[in-house]
Design a binder for this molecule. Structure first.
Ligand SMILES: NC(=O)c1ccc[n+]([C@@H]2O[C@H](COP(=O)([O-])OP(=O)(O)OC[C@H]3O[C@@H](n4cnc5c(N)ncnc54)[C@H](OP(=O)(O)O)[C@@H]3O)[C@@H](O)[C@H]2O)c1
Length: 308
């Protein structure tokens, strides 16, 4: 019997359970996907921990978990023309991707998977790929920019930092010391986050150079540091601070991206022009353990659930 991970109480990952459900059939205009990989995102933690946050996202109990998936088209509903049975695809199915099967609209957030892209990377790409593409594009970066990217070893940050480098910018990325060597291999100048960030950024800048733009993936402390460094708020984009905490910075996130953006970043990854590291892989039965790892907030790249 096909498996689905769901929770029927709010509070913690302890309520995540693997349940058996009949195979779902696609309705008109829908496709069902045999899921191979499903990446984890922080938004799931907000939903299963916090009833109010869940309500704002339209999550009701019992709820599935997981946003992103990769896999093969299993069945197509009436009138579907964009996909064929057996085709490899990836995309997002909000709160429904950690399962053996998921169902999505053919004109929803689903696209063909480039052949060379692994199911693990493709299955992790939906949310972070869209968010990195939209946030990086929002600042229109060029070779005269020096960009500070926070949480640069995280899912969004690692992609956004590499996109900024591709745009010609010099990139300074915040991460813990354990990730510094790794960031350097990608051409990112690492600095530690936390108290003293401004001073550490000034230390790595060449004489006469200054930070011209910021891609914030962690929250208000990065924005405050950026303002102290003299970066105008219209050159700061945050995906992790809201309301007063955003300090007037722009807040372009994943909603600002299209399927064409997702295809573009997938192709860059397939051609090894970008890297999205897989932090760890867990079988579906160990989904709660996988979220325990995500809850540490010290993940390099993405955690993926696999079904086989
Ligand atoms: N608006 C949107 O569309 C959107 C979409 C996706 C995500 N988000 C939000 O964007 C943020 C990043 O998401 P993500 O999926 O990239 O997260 P993630 O992968 O969980 O980020 C993990 C990274 O955060 C770093 N980190 C931990 N503590 C830090 C600190 N105090 N300062 C700076 N970096 C720190 C870690 O670095 P070390 O391991 O080196 O410590 C780790 O590499 C989250 O707040 C998420 O909710 C928003």
């Amino acid at each position: 019997m096909p498996r689905v991970v769901q929770f029927d109480e709010f509070g913690s990952r302890d309520y995540l359970t693997v349940v058996e459900r009949p195979r779902p059939w696609p309705g008109p205009g829908q496709i069902s996907v045999r899921v191979m990989g499903a990446g984890l995102n922080l938004v799931d933690i907000k939903a299963y921990q916090d009833e109010r946050a869940a309500a704002r996202m339209g999550v009701t109990l019992p709820s599935g978990v997981g946003q992103d998936f990769s896999g093969f088209v299993e069945d197509i509903g009436e009138g579907v023309t964009a996909f064929t049975v057996g085709q490899a695809v990836f995309g997002s199915a909000p709160f429904a991707s950690i399962a053996d099967f998921t169902v999505v609209q053919e004109d929803g957030q689903v696209v063909a998977k480039p052949d060379p892209l692994t199911f693990e990377v493709a299955g992790s790409l939906g949310v972070v790929g869209r968010t990195a593409m939209a946030s990086a594009a929002s600042l229109v970066l060029g070779e005269h920019d020096t960009v500070l990217v926070s949480a640069a070893a995280g899912g969004v940050g690692i992609l956004a930092a590499q996109l900024a480098i591709r745009a010609g910018a010099t990139v300074i990325g915040t991460a813990s010391v354990e990730n510094h060597e790794f960031l350097e291999t990608l051409g990112i100048i690492p600095v530690a986050y936390g108290e003293g960030l401004v001073e550490r950024v000034l230390e790595v800048l060449d004489d006469g150079d200054r930070v011209t733009a910021v891609l914030d993936n962690h929250g208000t402390p990065t924005i405050d540091a950026a303002i102290e460094l003299g970066v105008p708020v219209d050159r700061i984009n945050t995906i992790a601070a809201f309301g007063p905490g955003a300090r007037g910075a722009q807040t372009v996130g994943g909603r600002g991206a299209t399927n064409a953006d997702l295809i573009e970043i997938a192709e860059l990854l397939a051609e090894n022009e970008l890297v999205l590291p897989i932090d760890s892989i867990f079988p579906i039965e160990r989904t709660a353990e996988a979220y325990a790892r995500l809850e540490t907030r010290h993940v390099r790249g993405k955690i993926v659930i696999v079904t086989e």
